[in-house]
Design a protein around this ligand. Structure first.
Ligand SMILES: Nc1ncnc2c1ncn2[C@@H]1O[C@H](COP(=O)(O)OP(=O)(O)OP(=O)(O)O)[C@@H](O)[C@H]1O
Length: 320
């Protein structure tokens, strides 16, 4: 059973000429991070807000673990969902700890249980509890506020996380470290996450799958690699920059283009790459070092080499 099912979901706001969401149908598997991507006004936020019933569809239905959410009490539904928005939405007059404790208190957890949960979550988002517990939101940077926002959304251990451009207002470097955090948290906790973004790089980095919306309709719902290599139409191709070879290379592992060599293969260069790295990193190392053959090292042993030609070939052949 899919974690979330959208079944012919439409929403037309009163007094508007076009539906904001038009016939969205798809299944989202448990534990997947799905990025909803598309240009401004295409319906991303509206899709998200129908899942926690901030908006109700005009027609169609949404199922959470097989249950039609319309048949659930809104409070019961929202207790199962963590929600993170762009401006963290933290309560300004409450400390970090109090902000995180909001949902556990609603769920009537004992004091000792939610106190230890606060420390656990602050550690998870890499804000040492002894430093940050008693601060107020205004005493945090934008990136730290978003970390607390993520911790707060995770506090009640929800099945599902809805994240609406959570890092949209954050500078590029901090955004990247927050993205890393989300990937690490996701590997650890395996939440189902719906993540709205209009940033293609972010979608490619984070998404197990990407749902591309255009004028309220899904134009493609697939893995980043399939979308880049088989864009459904010109709109998707342009949106993704699908012709960008570097982008494709960043999704392809070193091993896919490596020529295997025997362990006694002689090499001189001291720069090497690991098999789990990607071809984009390999290419930049090759160009930086000016070497002809880049050794691929696994646990201190050479297992293969990469050359400019093998990388080019891999990209052209589309061995994806
Ligand atoms: N409450 C509302 N009442 C009327 N129209 C609305 C309402 N909310 C959204 N819309 C319209 O629905 C469409 C989709 O809006 P939505 O906010 O879902 O887009 P989006 O893809 O999230 O955009 P952005 O990236 O700019 O946030 C837009 O045309 C918007 O103007």
């Amino acid at each position: 059973m899919s974690a979330i099912r959208f079944d012919q979901v439409h929403l037309q706001f009163p007094g508007t000429p076009q539906p904001a969401v038009n016939g969205v149908t798809c299944d989202i598997e448990a534990g997947q991070l799905v990025v909803i991507l598309g240009p401004s006004g295409c319906g991303k936020t509206t899709v998200l807000k129908m899942v926690n019933r901030l908006y109700e569809p005009t027609s169609g239905a949404i199922y959470l673990d097989g249950v039609n959410i319309r048949k659930m009490k809104v409070t019961t539904l929202r207790q199962q969902i963590g929600y993170v928005i762009q401006q963290s939405g933290l309560f300004p007059h409450q400390t970090v700890a109090e902000n995180i404790a909001v949902v556990p208190k609603l769920l009537k957890w004992s004091r000792s249980k939610y106190q230890s949960r606060i420390d656990e979550l602050l550690t998870l988002v890499e804000l040492p509890p002894q430093v940050y517990r008693n601060r107020y939101p205004a005493q945090l940077s934008g990136g730290q506020q978003q970390r607390v926002g993520v911790a707060r959304a995770l506090a009640g251990d929800p099945k599902l996380m809805l994240m609406d451009e959570p890092f949209g207002a954050i500078d590029a470097i901090t955004r990247q470290s927050l993205q890393d955090e989300i990937l690490r948290i996701q590997r650890q906790l395996h939440k189902t996450i719906l993540f709205v973004s209009h940033d293609v790089e972010e979608a490619l980095r984070l998404g197990d799958k990407i749902m591309i919306l255009q004028k309220g309709e899904i134009v493609q719902f697939d893995t980043p690699l399939n979308i880049l290599t088989h864009p459904a139409n010109d709109f998707v191709r342009e949106l993704m920059g699908a012709d960008d070879m570097l982008r494709q290379l960043s999704l392809q592992g070193v091993e896919t283009a490596m020529q295997p060599v025997s362990p006694d293969y002689q090499y001189q260069d001291n720069r090497a790459i690991a098999p789990h790295e990607n071809l984009r990193q390999a290419l930049s190392l090759l160009l930086q070092t000016g070497t002809q053959r880049l050794p691929v090292m696994d646990k201190g042993k050479i297992i293969g080499v990469l050359t400019l030609e093998t990388i080019q070939q891999a990209a052209k052949m589309g061995q994806f």
